[in-house]
Each structure stands twice: as C-alpha cells, then as structure tokens.
Design a protein around this ligand. Sequence first.
Ligand SMILES: Cc1ncc(COP(=O)(O)O)c(C=O)c1O
Length: 381
Amino acid sequence: MKFDTKCVRAAQRPDPTTGAIVNPIFQSATFVLPEVGRNLGFDYTRSSNPTRQVLEELLAEIEGMKYATAFTSGMSSVDAVMRMFKPGDHIVSSDDVYGGVIRLLNNFLAEWGLEVTYVDSSNTDEVKAAIQPNTKMIWIETPTNPLLKVTDVEAVGKIAKDAGLLFGVDSTFATPYHLRPVEYGADIVMHSTTKYLSGHNLIIGGVILTDDEKIHERMKYTQKSVGAIPSPFDCWLTIEGLKTLSLRMARHAENGMAVAKYLEAHPKVSRVSYPGLESHPMHAVAAKQMENGFSGMISFELKGGIPAGTTLMNSVELCALAESLGAVETMITHPATMTHAEVPKDEREARGLTDGLVRISVGIEDLEDILADLEQALEKV
Ligand SMILES: Cc1ncc(COP(=O)(O)O)c(C=O)c1O
C-alpha cells in the first residue's frame, strides 16, 4: 500500500461478526478466558486491547517501522524511553525541545540520576562534542517546538551510529507525511499523537516506534508496568483521525507556507521561522529530508516585542489563543507564558526563546479567512 492508502486502510479489517467497516471500540477492562491458561489474545487492557492493537499496527505501518507502542500522552512516551536508562547514564538532547520534555528531564529524571546535555542539534559539531563515555542516546526534535529549528537527521544518525549510541527523534511537528526519521538512521521515533496524527483536538496521546525488538519489548513492559495507556475510545478517535492525515497535512503545509510568506512580508513582523522559507538557516536540510512541504508550524516575532505580540494574540478572532498545535483549527500560542512557562527565563533566553515570540499552528480553514484574521489583528498592533 502507498502512504495515503495506509492511512485509511492499514491494520483495519471489517468486523468478522457484523461486517462493520469501522473498527469497533473494545471498551472493556478485561477479557473472559475460555479455560485456565488460555485466552483469545487479550487478558487485561493495561497489557493490551484490540482497539489499541489496531492503532499500534496502523501507526507502525504509516511510519514504516516494525513496532509501535501507544501511550496516554506524548510525555509518557518520552518518559518510557528515558526510563530505559540507568542512573548515571547520559543523553545528549536538542536544546529547543518542547518545554514539558525539559521539565521531565530537569525536574524528575535528573533527580533520578539521568544526566543530560542540551545542544543546538542543528550544529553537528555541538552534538559530537557533547558525547561523553556514559552517553547512551542522542535525542532530537525536528522541527523544534517552538523555534522551528531543523536538525540534519541523517548527519546526527551517523554520529550516533559511529559512537554506538541510540538515536531517538521526536517527529511530532513533521509527522510521517513529511519525514520518516527511520530512513535516516533513527532507532526510536516518538510522536505526541495529540497533535497532527489524531488532528482534531480530541485526545491526548503518544507513541514510540522502533524496529528493535528489545526496545519494543521494553516499551510493552513499561506500558504494562506503569499503565500509562490510552483508553480504547481515545485509540479509536486517533484511528479515525489518521484516516485523513494526508489530506490534512497537505492543507496544513499549503496554508503554512502561505501564512509564513505573508508574515515575512509584513512590515510589523521582525522575524519569521518556518523551514519552508529560504530565509530559514536550515532550509536546504529541511528540503532534503522533508517531503510534500513543511507542515503548518510557524514562529515569529513582531517589531514591537512583547506588547505588540500580546496585542496581536488578544486581537485574533478566528485563530484560537490556545495551547497545543497540529489540529484542524488555527491556534496561536505565546510560548513564554504558555507551553514553555516552566522553563526558567534565563534558560529560555539562552535558547533564543524570547518573551516576544509568537507560535502559530496553521489550520485547514480557508486561507483567505486565516489571513484576514491575522491582518485585522496586526492592524491593531
Ligand atoms: C514536540 C512535542 N513533543 C512532545 C509533546 C508532549 O506531548 P503531549 O502533550 O501529548 O504529552 C508536545 C506537546 O506539545 C510537543 O509539542
């Protein structure tokens, strides 16, 4: 099956008892055993569930990887990966990762003994220089939240391979529609399925994908031991959302590029970061590794700094002032007070995440309506 067909059809079979074309929601905590020592493939939903199994098979097919393990959030997926390591182990991470990942690493896993060095992973020399004798994994996000920094996945994959390290990629912003990190050497791919994959602001979820059986067994064991599992209903909503992934991403990318160009040409905007723009410092790398466009995420700064950004965000009408991203609705966010509020100000600024930064997740509405809303809001700035 080609990618678009997989999104709609992979892992799904008509229900054998009724012929229902839509996969059922097996909303059941437990499963009756026909006899002692034998089950029909399932025993208890924390370990596995038929609806979750379809979602996991579907995600693996779409990503082009062997195994997927679904979690209750993107954060619990990242946590499951980080807990493969032991106290005293070290990882190298992109500096501009989602604020919740920094909170998890600095405030929980550091106490538990996991060491981390943050680097600008778009600079491969920095990545190489941060490797220590106790380093176990290189973890990157590309494009990053919220600065839209891009990392050369193939180059970092090679560094990881040469050093005998695992290589993990948070590919939430790109989705497998634009980028499949496994093709460039990733051992682990992670998504917050809350975002583009489910796509409709309905659920919180996450997934870990791998081709490595041992890593997969560890993920299943974590799922069963910790119990951070998505409900059957949330799995079902994600399956249904995935059916339109290609159509949605094509529109997100088309609208994203147009909004980025509009903002770049606007006299009140001082800086736009969008991997599809030639002005993006890593545009050539993004064009090399991303297919079919560059997704719908943009960050930008206004000439009037924080007050101007605040006026803009308070003036939008169609664009929703909201946390999250990657859904059909256009959403506008202030990272410094919303998604990255818990990252200390000096750390934020050292990473280039200024208080004036505005992030926009361009939705699939009519482009003219999105631009008209931004125009009326920018007039008030
Ligand atoms: C890139 C990225 N990774 C991980 C997460 C965490 O995912 P969740 O909110 O589903 O826990 C987010 C959330 O915004 C994100 O943007």
